[in-house]
Design a binder for this molecule. Structure first.
Ligand code: FES
Length: 62
């Protein structure tokens, strides 16, 4: 699903960024430009980030 409409960022993009080492919303902003336009997606992006960080499969890959 799309998390950030402005920059066409999906929840999958966020999971992949976490796999590549993103640990914060700031890191997601720098990598994916999520929440850098209108900012309305910041809360959803943060939730996706936390879900990805809490996912045991993600942690195994880290
Ligand atoms: S929806 Fe993400 S910056 Fe606008």
């Amino acid at each position: 699903m799309y998390v950030c409409i402005c920059n066409a960022v999906t929840d999958r993009d966020i999971r992949e960024a976490v796999q590549q080492g993103a640990l914060s919303l700031k890191a997601l902003r720098e990598q994916l430009q999520v929440a850098t336009c209108c900012g309305r997606c910041a809360g959803c992006a943060r939730r996706c980030l936390h879900q990805a960080l809490a996912d045991p499969q993600q942690q195994a890959l880290a």
